[in-house]
Structures are given as C-alpha cells and as structure tokens.
Design a protein around this ligand. Sequence first.
Ligand code: GUN
Length: 301
Amino acid sequence: MAAKIIDGKKVAASIRLECKARVASLRERTGVVPGLAVILVGDNPASALYVGNKVKACAEAGIRSFRRQFPADIDADTLIATIESLNHDPTVHGILVQLPLPEHIDMRRVLKTIDVAKDVDGFHLYNVGGLVVGDTIFPPCTPYGVVRLLEYENIPVEGRNVVVVGASNIVGKPMALMLMQREATVSICHAKTRDLAQFTILADILVVAAGKPNLILPQMVRSGAVVIDVGINRLPDGRIVGDVDFEGVRQKAAYITPVPGGVGPMTVTMLLFNTITSAERTAGIASRAVVKEEVLLEPEG
Ligand code: GUN
C-alpha cells in the first residue's frame, strides 16, 4: 500500500492560526507586539529567499519584523555591534542570523553574541546545552517542525528505532537529541558512514537531512517505515526535490513527507512560534507553548 503523504502545508497552516491568536491575545492583554530581527549577510539567493519568506510569514502572523541586510564583505565587528544593539532593543524578541555566513566571519562568535533570551533559532551554545539536558527554551526550528509533524500524525517515537541521516548543527544533531529525549533509540549517520543502507533499513522512523538528491532509495527503507525528508535540492532542470526517491519510497513506507510541502513550511512556522514564546516570556506570561522537556535520566542522590 502506498504511504500516507504528510501534508506539511496543512499542519503549518493550523499552527500559524494558533500563532496569530497568541499574538492577538498578547497584544490585547499587555500591548506587546512580538518582534523578530532577521539579519542577512551577502547575496546568496537561497538565503535571500528564506529571509523573504520569514519576513512575509511574520507579517501574516502579526509579528513585527526588522530586516538588516549587509554586503558580503562586512567586517565581523559591525555585525556584532548590530546584534548587541538588537539585544538591547525591547521591541525585538527574537534575533536570527541567516546561515551560512561568509567565510571570513567567525560564525560561532556571531551566534554567541545573540542574547540567549532572544535566540529563537536555538543556535546559541546555552540553548544547545539546554537541548542536551532536555530543558530548552527555543528548540531549533527545523527539527522542532519534524517533531510537530510526527505529533500531528500521532506517530509514536518512544522505543522506536530512529535513524537520522546528516549530522549538521542545524538539523541532524538537534533532531537526534530531541528524539532521544522522547526515548527513541537514535542512530546518526553522516557523509562518512560506510554502507548507509545497513543503518537505514533498521529505521522505524527515517529522517534524512543530507542535501543529496536520491540518496535514499526504496531498497534502503523498511516496509512500513515513516520517512521524513528534510532535504531541499534544486536540480539542473530547476525542479526542487528532497534527498529521498519520493516515487519509489512512497510505495514502501507507511508515511512520507513530500518536497516541497513537507518539512519546509514547518521551519518558518516554528520560528514564528518561538518568537511569540519569547515575547510572552518577556511580558511575564507563562506560555502554554514553552517546551519543558523531561530530563531522561535524573541525577543520582
Ligand atoms: N540556514 C539554513 N537553515 C537555517 C535556519 O534554520 N536558521 C538560520 N538562521 N539559518 C539557516
């Protein structure tokens, strides 16, 4: 039987409605309007497109956005000074620096400058550490979106074999931590993994974020698996595809996400979600949405 296609657009639309209602309620109760600063350095067309989508989505949800654009040859100190000024701006509740940055800029130094309370991308070391111990304020948006898709489809994670293909700081590593926190048995594969299929075939849930079209073929997937494709690749003919052979794998899987229209719409949505959470925290409202993940192993004593 062919897989159920997980409709990321539909799930994203329902969470965005929820976001809009939270913005309206916050505004009504406290006068606070959530604000997101988005910093773009250079002229990478994909980054410019993503930033444009984020700004547009903010407007639709009632979030104020502040776009800061710099040429590729900007010096790091100017960028740092901009972030410091946004850190002190009370109308800004979230700060996002679109990645990748040009090579001459030390990305770690830049991300470390963002106030942890405004780090809605979840990339600051403090928030990364929070993810490790299961107590994070801002889960990174793409893996958070994947978790929400699984929840929406009532796909259990606990005790299941999850294989994550790709070990990036943005997707693969936080994805693995979030699923481990939910008591899945997680394996992480990456570019140096020998015989990838030997791992993927064991997956009840396979999450692929490697950036390689057709990396995952039907013979690498267990019958009845859940396949989440995080890849976004542009083919020479202009088509956008993921990392999974969608037509082949959908004949074997129980669930599959399409590209486009799967995980993609969820990333921006969870950014809105985190920004609103940040504004609610600043306004002293305990958000029902704050993720307080349970610590898997309590310390002894
Ligand atoms: N580049 C690719 N994905 C992301 C993301 O989720 N956040 C930021 N800031 N940059 C990215």
